[in-house]
Each structure stands twice: as structure tokens, then as C-alpha cells.
Design a protein around this ligand. Structure first.
Ligand code: SF4
Ligand code: SF4
Length: 626
């Protein structure tokens, strides 16, 4: 019965995990003409969407021009209509962009995203503020994204933007989506001189082939149309100004951008669609952030400049450019990668030589504790290598919307760990990851060690109750996977059952309900050994449901295991050994406790018996009294 239920669950999850191959949908922009007008506060006349691309011409209302005729001043569009680039969630990040005829960004709004680290109001505001830093920038700027604590700096055409804490992949996705989409619109609609310094890779590549061939002459100026309802304002044109991400610290409102009058920027109304004046600087450097001493900038060796990057990718397509970018990320993290690989080699060696590693209880305790500290400290908190159900849902989202998995390549630690986990899943099962490499799992175990030392011991649940509770995690996983396709908004909430983001990625620096939940999961482990892992974790459930791939029953067993000996079964804190003595590999965390018992003549019953039987009887002779 149990085997049948297990086979059904396995088939169900394999089906769910393969759904992306069956359901392919494509992301497209959502904004209609009226919405575009609203995005621009109803202060412009919005033309009809272009026939060759989803871009809206934007006009100064006739009433505000010298000759009484509407003037084309730029184009408004959504990035998702032009590029297939993905964020960490596996979905594109959709930005609304209003670009003038000089290729300058006048307004940028974050329309839609599902980036897991930025779903709360506060963290979303950080992303809004990051995107807003591009306002006033053009293709002529060489843009670098620096650390979250570095200031925004403009020096001539070199701009360093303030990055987003723990959001490198997301920030890069915004950067590339914005520039790639804008370049495609510019190529088709703006004067070619605007594009002088634009790298060619912006114009090609899969999912975003140029709307017009390179060198094509832009369309003739579109005709203005009747203003959409509500576009009757005579107010001066308002545009968004760019606060830095740090400016939103402590605020909770999503509208992180502030507004300023047109006089703060180049004049827009009344400006004709003519080519930029040769003697006019591409971007006036007024009201940009203050100049900071060069010490505020990273050393040249630390960060390759955008200029160098662009020169190197000048003649490449979008794919190649993406490859160049992730190669740079891998190079910049080579020390982290080397340490991780060394850690994985040590773990593999230890698991191969499992009997040596667990030759004595003390040796096993010391080695295992040391490795768990490495997992929490280095893999988790330092290198941010916590694998997560979000990686799986992100991959499914990307595949089901026609994307690929290349977006993951900007996170080398995660990629290496997933490759290692996939390999070890075939050989040893899910236990290699859950028992040794999961930072949140390791944190629970280290806390247990401390509370045990303090005299607080976990309770062992009745086998029948434990057996029922173990199914709970499959319910959590099923809820997440089904809602991912049926009700994505529920999936976003359901994913938060995983406390990894709070405890590992954000160091508990999050809104209190999330912190409370993460602490509750850790507290559960104080009373029930690895309670979160065994009963709740959706990632653990996903790996366990794939455990049928495991090919090697590597834990040594004797004929006496189960009949009559139950030593290992009662010592296994994970309750992963059945009454028969058989190991349930989908629940085994490879702690090696049973391997240690197996070879201990004082703890393994058959060995104790054998030792007794082998004892040589020493004859006792009467001692003559002197
Ligand atoms: S069950 Fe979940 S939390 Fe526990 S070790 Fe496995 S992945 Fe980590
Ligand atoms: S004691 Fe339990 S969890 Fe540990 S290796 Fe043995 S069967 Fe697996």
C-alpha cells in the first residue's frame, strides 16, 4: 500500500516537473494606449501603437507648441515586448520606458516582476529605485553596476549605479532588458546618429531580432492622433527623477521615485523631432549626483569598466554578450568557486571513505560538525549558495515561457551546487544535499547540537505519526507546483513557506512575519529533530520524489539488521530505517550514524555477540598459598 502511494506521488511530481515542456506561453506587454497615457500622467498626446513594433509615439500636445502642432518627442514601450532576458525568477522583468528622440530615458517604471527577493513592499521599492537610476541616461553612457553601498556617480559619460543588496542577477536583468529593448526601438525609430555609440549586440539575438535591419533608415515621423481621454493637462511636463536605492531605505512606499519639473531636465515640449544638435552634449550633466572622489569608485582591477565590456562585445550577438557577462561573473568569483569545489571534493572523498570517516563516533561528530559550519558559514551566508525551491520554479517558469536556463549562469555557486546535487542524486540520493550541503538544514542541526549540549533533547515521534507527517511536505510541494500554473499569485505566497531567503539570503533582516516564521522553523528542530526538513520542506520533497534515480544502496547492512537488531533504527534521528532494517533513502540524510554503529563492537548487536563468542576462555588455576 505504502509502495503504491509512493509510486503515485513520484509519478505525479515527475509529471508536474515536466509540465514546462508541455505548456509554453510567451510574455507580452500589457499596456494599451490609455495605460501609456496614465503612465505619463496624462500630460502627453499618445499616438497609435506602431505597426512594426509595440512602441507608442509620444507627442507634446499642440497647445504647448509654438506652432500649435503636436510635436513628436519620443517613444514609450515595455521591455518585455523586445527582449526575452530573464531575472532570477525565470521570468522577464517588465519595465515601462519613455525614451526621447536622443535616446535618453525620461521615465522608467517597474511594471511587473516576480523576483523572489523583491516581492515585499520594501524590497520592491529598492528595485524601483534601482531602475529609476537610469532616468536621464542614454546609450552614450558607459554604465557599471556597483555594490549596494557604493554611491551613484556620473563622470562625463561614465556612470556607476548603486547596485541592489543580494540582487545581482535581478539588477543585471533590469540593465540588460532596458538597454536591449531601448536599443531595438532606437534602431527602428530614432535618427541613426543617436546610435553612434550603441553596441551592436543590442540589436540582434534570439527572441529579439532587430525590428529593422542594421543601418535601416528610421520610419518617417508618425502622425499624431487625437489625445486619449484625460490628456488635457496644461501643466508643465513632469518626468521622473532618479533616487538612489539607499534613498528608499526605511521607507515602505513603492513609489520610490520622486517627480521634478521639466526645467530640471532638457526641455521636451516644443522640442522638435529634429536630429540632435552637433554642439549639444548628449546629456546635460545637471543635477546628477555629486562628484565623488575616485576612492569612492572601485579599483579598476576590481571591476572591469562597462566600456571595456562593450568594446569586447561590440560585434557579438545578444547570446554571446550574455556568455561574456557570465564568464566575467565566474572569473570575479573564482576564489569562492575554488573554495566551494575544494569543499565538494572533501565531501565526496569523505562519503566514498564513509567507514573511515565514521570509524569512531567522536571522529564522525567532529568532522560532521566542522562541515556543517562550513555549509552554513561559507556556502550559505558568505557565498549565498542556498539552493531553493525557487530555483526549480524559476527554471519551470523560464522553460514554460519559451526561455532557457542561461539566466542561472550569473550565479556560479548555485550552478555548481545543482550540478553536484544532480550527480549525487544518482549515486547516493537526496541525502548528500540535505545532510551536508543545505545551509538551512545545517543550521537546524548545529542548533540541535547546542541545545543537546545544554540538556534539551529532541522528542522521537511515534512511527505512525512520523510516517503521516512526512507526507505533509509533498502536499506543500504540490501546492506550489500546481499554483505555479493555475494561480501564480498563490505560488508566490506559498513559496514563502521556505525560510531560506529570510534566514540565509537576508540574514534575518526582513519584515517580522518572515523572521518569526524562520525562527519557528528553527525552533521546531529543537523539539523534533530536523522537523522542518522532514515534514515541511518543499525542496526536500522535490529531491525525495526524484530519489528513485538513486542507483546505489550504499549504507552497509547485515542480515541481522531489523531481525532481530533494531539498534540503528532507534539511533537514526531521521527515523529513516524501517522495522525490517531497510534504509528509506528518500528520508535518509546521510548522517553516517548508522555506519558508525555498524562497525562499533560496543554498539552493533551482532558484533557484540560475536565479540562475546570470540572471547578466549582463560583457564583459572588455583594459586598455591605460600
Ligand atoms: S529538507 Fe529542505 S531544509 Fe532540510 S536539508 Fe533538505 S533542502 Fe534543506
Ligand atoms: S542513521 Fe539514518 S539518516 Fe543517518 S545514514 Fe543511517 S539511515 Fe541515513
Amino acid at each position: 500500500m505504502q509502495a503504491l502511494a509512493w509510486a503515485t506521488v513520484r509519478t505525479f511530481f515527475v509529471y508536474l516537473l515536466s509540465l514546462p515542456c508541455l505548456m509554453v506561453s510567451v510574455h507580452a506587454g500589457q499596456l494599451e494606449r490609455e495605460d501609456v497615457s496614465r503612465q505619463l500622467d496624462g500630460r502627453y498626446t499618445i499616438g497609435e501603437v506602431q505597426t512594426d513594433m509595440r512602441a507608442y509615439p509620444v507627442f507634446t500636445p499642440a497647445e504647448e507648441t509654438a506652432d500649435g502642432k503636436p510635436k513628436l518627442i519620443g517613444y514609450a514601450f515595455e521591455t518585455v515586448d523586445f527582449t526575452n532576458l530573464r531575472g532570477y525568477s525565470g521570468k522577464p522583468i517588465d519595465l515601462f520606458v519613455f525614451m526621447d528622440l536622443d535616446g535618453r530615458f525620461l521615465k522608467i517604471n517597474l511594471i511587473d516582476h516576480t523576483e523572489p527577493l523583491f516581492l515585499s513592499v520594501f524590497s520592491h521599492a529598492k528595485l524601483v529605485a534601482f531602475a529609476a537610476q537610469y532616468v536621464k541616461l542614454t546609450f552614450h553612457h558607459f554604465i557599471e553596476i556597483h555594490g549596494p553601498n557604493d554611491p551613484t556617480v556620473h563622470i562625463d559619460r561614465n556612470v556607476s549605479l548603486q547596485g541592489v543588496h543580494r540582487g545581482t542577477i535581478t539588477a543585471k536583468a533590469i540593465d540588460r532588458s532596458l538597454l536591449a529593448a531601448a536599443a531595438k526601438v532606437a534602431r527602428a525609430k530614432l535618427d541613426p546618429s543617436v546610435l553612434d555609440h550603441t553596441p551592436s549586440w543590442y540589436f540582434s539575438g534570439p527572441g529579439g531580432a532587430s525590428a529593422v535591419p542594421a543601418g535601416a533608415v528610421p520610419d518617417k515621423t508618425p502622425e499624431p492622433v487625437a489625445p486619449v481621454a484625460g490628456n488635457t493637462s496644461r501643466e508643465p511636463i513632469v518626468t521622473t527623477y532618479a533616487p538612489t536605492p539607499s534613498a528608499v531605505a526605511g521607507k515602505t512606499e513603492t513609489a520610490a521615485s520622486t517627480q521634478t519639473k521639466k526645467s530640471d531636465l532638457d526641455p521636451l515640449p516644443g522640442k522638435t523631432a529634429a536630429k540632435p544638435q552637433a554642439d549639444t552634449p548628449a546629456v546635460p550633466e545637471t543635477k546628477v549626483s555629486a562628484y565623488h572622489p575616485s576612492s569612492a569608485l572601485p579599483e579598476p582591477a576590481e571591476l572591469e569598466t562597462r566600456r571595456d565590456q562593450l568594446e569586447r562585445i561590440q560585434h557579438m550577438d545578444e547570446d554571446n554578450a550574455g556568455r561574456q557577462e557570465w564568464l566575467q561573473v565566474w572569473q570575479s568569483r573564482r576564489v569562492d568557486i575554488a573554495v566551494l569545489l575544494l569543499g565538494l571534493v572533501i565531501l565526496t572523498t569523505g562519503l566514498i571513505a564513509q567507514k573511515r570517516m565514521s570509524a569512531t563516533d567522536k571522529r564522525l561528530r567532529v568532522l560532521r560538525s566542522a562541515y556543517l559550519v562550513f555549509t552554513v558559514g561559507f556556502i550559505g551566508w558568505y557565498a549565498q549558495g542556498q539552493l531553493s525551491i525557487i530555483n526549480i520554479t524559476g527554471a519551470m517558469e523560464s522553460l514554460s515561457s519559451g526561455g532557457d536556463l542561461s539566466f542561472l549562469m550569473n550565479d556560479p555557486i548555485t550552478v555548481i551546487l545543482w550540478v553536484f546535487v544532480a550527480g549525487t542524486l544518482l549515486v547516493w540520493g537526496r541525502g548528500t544535499f540535505c545532510g551536508w550541503l543545505c545551509p538551512f538544514g545545517a543550521l537546524q542541526e548545529l542548533i540541535s547540537l547546542i541545545t543537546n549540549a545544554a540538556g534539551l533533547h529532541q522528542r522521537r515521534l511515534r512511527a505512525s505519526l512520523d510516517g503521516k507527517l512526512k507526507w505533509l511536505k509533498y502536499g506543500v510541494l504540490a501546492t506550489i507546483l500546481v499554483s505555479l500554473f493555475a494561480a501564480p499569485s498563490i505560488a508566490r505566497v506559498a513559496i514563502e513557506i521556505e525560510p531560506f531567503k529570510t534566514a540565509i539570503s537576508l540574514y534575518f533582516d526582513r519584515e517580522w512575519p518572515f523572521v518569526l516564521w524562520a525562527l519557528s522553523c528553527l525552533a521546531l528542530g529543537v523539539f523534533v529533530y530536523r522537523g522542518y526538513c522532514r515534514y515541511i520542506c518543499p525542496l526536500g520533497a522535490a529531491l525525495a520524489s526524484l530519489n528513485f534515480l538513486q542507483r546505489w544502496s550504499w549504507i552497509p547492512r547485515r542480515q541481522e539488521c531489523g531481525t532481530p537488531c533494531q539498534s540503528c533504527r532507534y539511533k537514526c534521528e531521521y527515523q529513516a530505517i524501517e522495522e525490517t532494517g531497510k534504509v528509506d533513502y528518500s528520508e535518509c540524510f546521510q548522517c553516517l550514524d548508522c555506519v558508525s554503529i555498524y562497525q562499533d563492537p560496543k554498539r552493533c548487536l551482532p558484533l557484540i555477540k560475536q565479540t562475546k563468542a570470540d572471547k578466549t576462555v582463560i583457564p583459572v588455576h588455583a594459586v598455591k598459598e605460600l
